[in-house]
Design a protein around this ligand. Structure first.
Ligand SMILES: [Fe+2]
Ligand SMILES: [Fe+2]
Length: 281
């Protein structure tokens, strides 16, 4: 099976040109399955446009939401549209309209290969302890003049109250566990938006980045995938640093496009080419 992996295409920030370049790159690779591991766009019409453009480029397409995909504008939040509404109701409806398998709603088996997945959520388990940022800085998402914007826009409400992010991380991790238990396949591909293994983080010395590392991953997502002998491939996004690693039996791929400002001046076509990894399993 030929699987193309990409993530973090941020169409609302990068512009629709990346979508055309990406669609033609994916079509060229002729994958059986396209894995899109989140961070497509915050505006839902843009997210739908991206799904519709990419869908015809592969025989099947699977998706998990990224943190940017579940952000709510304060006006929509006031109307009751929180992150759960986007994750569990609005985004699944867009995926259905586009003919894309939304793994956040459950696993799928394609040609005998199981696909499981979740947005997942950061749980501070990959934070840089040596930085010495105080606990309440992590709780507020603010340190040294830097603000982690999930604390502003990613609002998971339960009974009218914001849920603690630690609780969100546990709930989404347990959804992944339930999917692994439910999926009936000898080989499995695990997809999360959040980073799964600490080795997938690129070290940067800037204190702001070192602080942000706390909001990048969730170790037990990787541990859970690595512990299941059927999982041969895992894909994630969220960090905009690409990686391709062998971790025990499983190959862990992160193949993000990231923001235009991170492309080191490369034109769209080149940036997009680097952002789609083809894996054969
Ligand atoms: Fe991203
Ligand atoms: Fe992200």
């Amino acid at each position: 099976m030929r699987i193309a992996v990409t993530s973090d295409i941020h169409v609302d920030k990068n512009g629709p040109g990346v979508l055309r370049a990406l669609a033609s790159r994916v079509a060229e690779l002729q994958p059986d399955v396209l894995v899109l591991a989140g961070d497509v766009a915050t505006p839902l019409p843009t997210l739908l446009e991206a799904l519709l453009s990419l869908r015809p480029c592969a025989r099947e397409m699977v998706f998990v939401a990224g943190n940017h995909d579940v952000w709510s504008h304060p006006l929509s939040l006031a109307q009751g549209v929180d992150a759960w509404t986007r994750l569990d109701r609005l985004i699944p409806a867009l995926c259905q309209e586009a003919g894309v398998h939304d793994l956040d709603t459950g696993p799928v088996v394609i040609d005998g290969v199981g696909f499981v997945g979740t947005l997942g959520w950061w749980d501070l388990s990959m934070r840089d302890e040596a930085l010495g940022a105080p606990e309440d800085a992590y709780q507020r998402g603010e340190f040294g003049g830097l603000r982690w914007m999930d604390h502003v826009f990613a609002r998971f409400r339960r009974e009218g109250e914001d849920m603690p992010y630690a609780q969100v991380a546990v709930e989404l991790r347990e959804r992944l566990r339930a999917q692994l238990q439910a999926v009936n396949a000898d080989r499995v591909v695990g997809v999360t938006h959040m980073v799964q293994f600490p080795s997938q983080l690129a070290y940067k010395s800037h204190p702001g980045w070192r602080f942000c590392q706390g909001f990048i991953g969730h170790r037990s997502l990787g541990e859970m995938l690595a512990a299941d002998e059927r999982v041969v491939l895992s894909a994630c996004g969220h960090t905009h640093s690409p990686s391709d690693q062998q971790i025990g039996r499983l190959r862990a791929v992160c193949s993000p496009l990231g923001y235009r400002g991170e492309w080191l001046g490369r034109p769209d076509v080149q940036a997009v080419e680097r952002a789609v990894s083809l894996v054969e399993i």
